[in-house]
Design a protein around this ligand. Structure first.
Ligand SMILES: *[C@@H]1O[C@H](CO)[C@@H](O)[C@H](O)[C@H]1NC(C)=O
Ligand SMILES: *[C@@H]1O[C@H](CO)[C@@H](O)[C@H](O)[C@H]1NC(C)=O
Length: 187
């Protein structure tokens, strides 16, 4: 089962709101349709991740360990999560990593958003899903740390495939504009 969340610990969002542009598509996939949903800003806070423009779903605020507290989206079937992974106190990677909600533990990351200026971000950093087709990671002072740089590439949706641990941007033709497995900063 797929979940999506952005509050303290984890918010589990049932993927039933297709009309809002978020849907489960035949498995453990979280999809964000840019035209339907617009921009979203996920902010990395000490209390967890908050997200503006989030879908109005029921939330599960079960606590997890501090080092993996800031999950944006995860799979309840013990596969992959997307979130802010604490590397050392106050330093985070935006990562995709193995996540086991059954025992609240994490495995190794398979992707880390490697920065233009630094590899990590701080508390108050933001991961922004831009409806013009790009994903940005900024530190709390607004410095751009990492971006897919795809705002002119015609991406119409983002998908997080929780079984494969892959974050994907799709063109309206269905072609892949960008995917994390092809752009892996080695963990
Ligand atoms: C948590 O559960 C997973 C899946 O069963 C297992 O692989 C992992 O070793 C467990 N970790 C801990 C710390 O118990
Ligand atoms: C994409 O959207 C963001 C947020 O609205 C904006 O700051 C940025 O300039 C846009 N990029 C382009 C190329 O339009």
């Amino acid at each position: 089962m797929a979940g999506f969340g952005c509050v303290a610990g984890v918010a589990v969002l049932m993927l039933a709101a297709t009309a809002l542009g978020v849907s489960a598509q035949g498995g453990n996939v979280f999809e964000w349709d840019f035209a339907a949903r617009g921009d979203a800003v996920c902010t990395n806070l000490a209390t967890g991740v908050t997200i503006d423009n989030h879908p109005p779903y029921a939330m599960n605020t079960a606590g997890f360990s501090d080092s993996h507290r800031n999950i944006i989206s995860y799979d309840t079937d013990d596969i992959y999560a997307l979130g802010f992974e604490q590397y050392s106190p106050g330093e985070f990677y935006l990562s995709i990593y193995k996540w086991f909600p059954s025992n609240s533990s994490a495995g190794p990351s398979v992707f880390q958003a490697k920065g233009l200026n630094t590899n990590t971000v701080d508390e108050g950093a933001t991961f922004t899903i831009l409806s013009n087709g790009s994903l940005d990671l900024r530190s709390s002072d607004g410095t751009l740390v990492w971006t897919t740089g795809t705002e002119f590439a015609g991406a119409v949706s983002m998908e997080f495939n929780m079984d494969e641990g892959n974050l994907i941007l799709y063109h309206s033709t269905g072609a892949i504009v960008w995917q994390s497995i092809d752009n892996n900063g080695s963990p």
